[in-house]
Design a protein around this ligand. Structure first.
Ligand code: BG6
Length: 522
């Protein structure tokens, strides 16, 4: 006997090819994504390929539209050509005529200034025109992918044009995704939050941290809370310390204009690395809802002690890369890069020691480091456990032993490893540390969705679990703002250096030495 609901879904699928493969659970309503900063780099590298790949997977709603908005005058046809070129260059899957021809027909461009109210009226009229064409309302997803200097006028105009508030009684119908940097210190983050929430309701706001879209970062929660073996050990009784590394091989490149105003603490630590810390250290949420998970992250951030800024016990180190070799090639130092101020004190590397003052973690240091132009691109979280009591295997050079270390490799080469001590095969008992390895690519294959695919889809369907809540961003800015102010007051004083292609500066070793620890080589 035919099932009524099933018949309808089949009929919809035929009418709307994008519906094919769309599960009911992940279904987004008819949507128009409006991208501010549509001719920018991020849009070309990440957003357009993400939207295209959602199309390939049949995850775009049947009535889906893409509207670019920017200052340049660009005819629709030219914007479509630009979009196709971006997909060809950056998508993980090839551009196929089948999907692209459907997406192309739904791609448009509206030009205008971000501070020009009339341009937002034109945008509103264009959206109204699309709605009229299909005879129903569209969910509008505004994606702010511009430099922060124009966040304010965009938000103001979304407010006054009625675009943000027009569905205010149905908050799921109008949403805004905002790219980093979300503020540059606590006062500016507060001001931006205030501005956002005077135009949108908090549940309509999706603050992006693309690290949360990475598969391995999401897997952290699964590993921690879907396996019974970790939780009993996940505390001060068994964990000696934790090291979180987010190392990059790339340098500042052509981004000096942005990076000089930012530096590593703002660019990588306040957001990406501290998110990894929060997910590693937080308590189990009561359920998997966005609010429960974010409540736990905020609680954890609030338990972090203020940093000791100076003295022999300081919790911080910063440095700039100096000339060296990477991949056998000579590479210039930070100060020699294009457009860097001759007096620049911007750090390309930062390391911090976090002390978390709660029952679980009291006395367990969490070390975080991130830098550009380091030995290799690798992001990992390493939990180093305390040593086994030495009663049996000690006191002889036959017993080489290491502390157990569980490492989550976030990227590249996604996986997990566990260092254990094992007997070396042979007629006498000798021991050696060995490594158990799990690789995602071996088990699950390697062509997985990119972070932005997951994040754009989540925003479309209204799941904010992987986005940062307003109080969360303020809590992390509250922690790092004193450091920013302190470093600013010091200029280049105390700024160390590290050769390109190395694992970082000497002054960051000092953070660990006090506790008898050393940085591991990931
Ligand atoms: C961005 C930073 O947020 O993250 C960049 O602005 C950095 O400076 C990038 O290179 C790193 O992201 P990923 O995904 O390549 O590790």
């Amino acid at each position: 006997m035919p099932i009524a609901g099933q018949d309808k879904r089949m009929a919809d699928t035929e009418r709307h090819p994008f519906l094919h493969g769309l599960s009911k659970h992940r279904g987004a309503p008819p949507t128009v994504v409006v991208i501010f900063g549509a001719s920018g780099d991020l849009c070309a590298r990440k957003l357009m390929p993400a939207i295209y790949n959602l199309g390939v997977d049949g995850l775009l709603p049947a009535d889906f539209y893409l509207l670019g908005f920017g200052r340049k005058e660009i005819p629709d046809e030219e914007f479509r050509a630009h979009t196709a070129a971006a997909i060809k260059e950056f998508s993980r899957r090839e551009l196929t005529e089948d999907v692209w021809s459907r997406l192309k027909a739904r791609t448009f461009y509206v030009s205008g200034g971000y501070d020009e109210p009339a341009a937002f009226d034109r945008l509103a009229a264009r959206i109204a025109g699309l709605e009229k064409g299909i005879g129903q309302e569209l969910q509008t997803l505004f994606y702010i992918s511009t430099p922060p200097s124009v966040f304010a006028p965009i938000l103001a105009n979304l407010g006054t044009s009625g675009l943000a508030a027009r569905y205010v009684r149905k908050p799921n119908q109008s949403k805004v995704i905002i790219e980093k940097p979300f503020g540059r210190d606590l006062p500016s983050a507060r001001a931006l939050n205030h501005q956002m929430t005077s135009v949108f309701e908090e549940p309509q706001v999706y603050r992006i941290d693309h690290y949360l879209g990475k598969e391995t970062v999401q897997d952290l929660l699964v590993q921690r809370f879907a396996n019974a073996i970790f939780e009993p050990l996940w505390n001060r009784n068994y964990v000696d310390h934790v090291q979180i590394t987010v190392a990059e091989e790339v340098g500042v490149g052509t981004r000096a204009g942005y990076y000089e105003q930012s530096g590593c603490l703002r660019d990588m630590i306040q957001n990406h690395a501290m998110q990894l810390l929060a997910l590693t250290a937080m308590e189990a949420p009561v359920n998997l809802s966005a609010e429960s998970i974010r409540d736990e992250k905020v609680k954890l951030l609030k338990a972090i002690q203020p940093f000791k800024l100076e003295g022999p016990n300081a919790d911080l180190a910063r440095a700039q890369y100096s000339e060296g070799f990477i991949g056998g090639q000579p590479a210039s130092g930070y100060m020699q890069e294009k457009d860097i101020s001759p007096t620049s004190s911007t750090e390309s590397y930062a390391a911090l020691r976090f002390n978390i003052n709660n029952w679980r973690w009291h006395g367990v240091p969490f070390y975080l480091r991130s830098g550009k132009r380091m030995a290799r691109r690798v992001s990992e979280i390493a939990i180093r456990f305390k040593g086994a009591p030495g009663a049996l295997f000690a006191g002889s050079d036959k017993f080489a032993l290491a502390n157990n270390t569980l490492a989550f490799q976030i990227q590249p080469d996604e996986g997990m490893s566990l260092v254990l001590n094992a007997k070396i095969p042979g007629l006498e008992t000798r021991t050696q540390p060995v490594k158990m390895n799990f690789k995602y690519s071996t088990t699950f294959g390697s062509n997985t969705a990119e972070a932005y695919e997951r994040l754009v889809l989540d925003a479309m369907v209204g799941d904010s679990t992987l986005f940062i809540r307003g109080d969360e961003t303020e809590s992390s800015w509250a922690l790092v703002t004193p450091i920013l102010e302190y470093w600013k007051s010091k200029g280049r004083d105390g700024l160390d250096d590290y050769p390109v292609g190395s694992w970082g500066p000497k002054n960051s070793d000092a953070l660990l030495v006090a506790n008898g620890h050393v940085w591991r080589e990931p």
